[in-house]
Design a protein around this ligand. Structure first.
Ligand code: GTP
Ligand code: SPV
Ligand code: MN
Length: 596
């Protein structure tokens, strides 16, 4: 089978990995529909997939993971750089030589009794000058099926890869099978899970987990951690950002990128259905943006992915109808509830929960149950081209020109609904200052406030101080007029009683409208100590019935809160020592001076 592989590096690497992992067989994925059908029936037979009701959810499957393998594991994720300073204080560092030995020990014989799948994939539209090729080796057919949705995968990629380089991505669930041993429905090895990135060699090794970003290596491991290193060297940006097209009532279209931490609203904003007449949002991407300057000096973005791996809970026909339509067929659901009709359900999907279902744990469930029906980090995997509002330019090989960049976190207080940065450097400071309450997307205590600069804390493949410097350098290298404007948003402000102050979801269109009107030159903002705030008569709250107090709270700047936070920010930044660019401290000082 490997005889058809023309790329020498690829053939040699696969042969080496076969020696190391000792699989029972090797299978080179061609990405065809027939292959997907065969793999999904194998997964049904092995109990990994439950075939959903064809009438309700055609060609779709439910998988239930091992309860110990439900999210990204940041503590077990490493960057293997020669020097510890090069990964910085916010990453887990390991020595490349030691990690190589560790990985070879873990992977020795780890695929016994299993099939080794070889998945050639492209991040970015095939043949785009911005696209990059990877090859994932995995022993999980579940991973192959998900990769087929999430990336451009198979023969076409192999054709492009006749020669040339690729990022080798090694993955194993870490559960070899003895002769005749019955397989688990979700094989994994949580005790020994380890995910390592080698930025210099540009390779990835992931052992022990079959879930999401731990296992679909094109996503966070390649398109962010490895790509951020490539981007720094090649002077572009690899970011944890959605990309949308916004059309105003006059028909003028602008593209916007927005960066929120995991489970903080990217997919929802990416598919937003506007309640405001004449305004339309179309989706280019919901999680990752690669951005590069075009010949005209503007920043252009592509979505390197081909599918969505979206948070299920909270997704409904009310909150995100376009996501519901996107996963109406040809979808994989992981860790959601199963209804008696053979369809899926999760918390928030309908006002009235089904009377009975089977929970993600495989247990009988009723609305009275103490446990949730779906895991909080349960997900749907669905093809991007099924999204009813997919942007016509979403596969443009040159990307789309970005007019604005938004940073947002989950903040119950202090950060107002929206403000605009005073300029590029201040915007970089705003990105660097991002902090957010933790969610179920990663292991950790949900709700704890943590710094998450640029929503890249778990995804930056090098020293975060150098990353800030890279963003500043991108600003210096460009014509200031052509740079995107930078904004901060916060959909998650709460009242003293713990209720959300802002309706969010579709109504976030009002914030986007204000941003776009400013871009068209409308005099709609006033300068404040933290940045530009909307003039109240230029911010559309029509039909919302917000009380005066609520509106005030949404745009309030609590000086004491801001001063306290900025002082805490100073402490946080001090850990980057000499890697922290002077400009960031200058911005912090200026902010404090404006506040005082
Ligand atoms: P990742 O895929 O982990 O990167 O997450 P994401 O940033 O794409 O987040 P997503 O849009 O999936 O939203 C995560 C959770 O936040 C879901 O439960 C949503 O229902 C909820 N959410 C999204 N937007 C809003 C909003 O405007 N207001 C409120 N209150 N909740 C929101
Ligand atoms: C995130 O956690 O930001 C995700 C899900 O988008 S995962 O693919 O698991 O990283
Ligand atoms: Mn994400």
């Amino acid at each position: 089978m490997l005889d058809s592989v023309k790329n020498e590096k690829l053939r040699v690497w696969v042969e080496e990995m076969v020696q190391l992992c000792e699989p029972a067989r090797v299978y080179l994925c061609n990405g065809s529909e027939q292959e997907y059908r065969e793999l999904s029936s194998e997964l049904i037979n092995s109990g990994t997939f439950i075939h959903l009701n064809e009438k309700k959810r055609p060609n779709s499957f439910l998988a239930r993971s091992n309860p110990s393998d439900v999210a990204r594991v940041e503590k077990k994720t490493f960057i293997a750089s020669e020097k510890k300073e090069d990964v910085g204080p916010t990453n887990n560092w390991c020595d490349p030589a030691e990690m190589t030995v560790k990985m070879h020990t873990l992977f020795k014989g780890c695929m016994k009794g299993r099939t080794m799948y070889v998945i050639p994939f492209s991040m970015g539209p095939l043949g785009s000058p911005m696209a990059k090729i990877g090859v994932e080796i995995t022993d999980s057919a579940y991973v192959v099926c998900n990769m087929r949705i999430m990336t451009r995968m198979g023969q076409e990629v192999l054709d492009i890869l006749q020669e040339g380089d690729f990022v080798p991505c090694m993955h194993s669930v870490g559960k070899p099978l003895a002769m005749g041993q019955k397989d688990d429905s979700w094989p994994c090895n949580p005790e020994n899970t380890c995910i390592a990135h080698f930025p210099k060699k540009r390779s990835i090794w992931s052992f022990g987990s079959g879930y999401g970003g731990n296992a679909l290596l094109g996503k966070k491991c390649f398109a962010l951690r490895i790509a951020s290193v490539m981007a720094r060297e090649e002077k572009w940006l690899a970011e944890h950002m959605l990309i949308i097209g916004v059309t105003n009532p006059e028909g003028k279209k602008r593209y916007i990128a927005a960066s929120f931490p995991s489970a903080c609203g990217k997919t929802n904003m990416a598919m937003l259905q506007s309640p405001l007449p004449g305004w339309k949002i179309e989706c280019v991407g919901d999680d990752i943006a690669w951005m590069k300057f075009g010949k005209d000096g503007r920043l252009y973005a592509i979505n390197p992915e081909a599918g969505f791996f979206g948070v299920a809970p909270g997704t409904s026909m009310k909150s995100n109808p376009n996501a519901m339509r996107t996963c109406a067929e040809n979808a994989i659901f992981t860790n959601v509830g199963l209804t008696e009709e053979g369809d899926i359900w999760w918390e928030g999907m309908t006002d009235k929960p089904p009377a009975r279902l089977t929970s993600w744990l495989g247990e009988a469930w009723t609305p009275e149950s103490q446990k949730s029906a779906a895991h909080p980090n349960s997900r749907f995997t669905a093809p991007a081209d099924q999204c009813p509002v997919i942007d016509p330019a979403w596969e443009d090989p040159e990307g789309v020109p970005i007019s604005a960049i938004i940073f947002g976190g989950r903040r119950s207080s202090v950060v107002p609904l929206v403000y605009e940065a005073l300029g590029w450097n201040h915007g970089v400071f705003v990105g660097a200052s991002l902090s957010s309450e933790m969610t179920a997307a990663a292991e950790g205590v949900v709700g704890n406030l943590r710094h998450d600069p640029f929503a890249m804390l778990p995804f930056c493949g090098y020293n975060m101080g150098d990353y800030f410097a890279h963003w500043l350098a991108i600003g210096r290298s460009a014509n200031a007029e052509k740079l995107p404007r930078i904004y901060s948003v916060n959909w998650f402000l709460k009242s003293a009683e713990g209720k959300y102050l802002w309706p969010g979801f579709g109504d976030n269109m009002r914030v986007i409208k204000w941003i776009c009107e400013g871009l068209e030159g409308k005099d709609n903002k006033i300068k404040s100590s933290i940045g530009y705030l909307p003039k109240m008569d230029s911010f559309d709250t029509s039909g919302l019935n917000l009380s005066k107090d609520t509106l005030k709270a949404l745009f309030d700047i609590n000086k004491e809160g801001w001063l306290k936070e900025s002082e805490e920010m100073r402490t946080y930044l001090s850990q980057f020592k000499e890697r922290l660019p002077r400009e960031i401290i200058d911005e912090l000082n200026s902010l404090q001076n404006r506040l005082r």
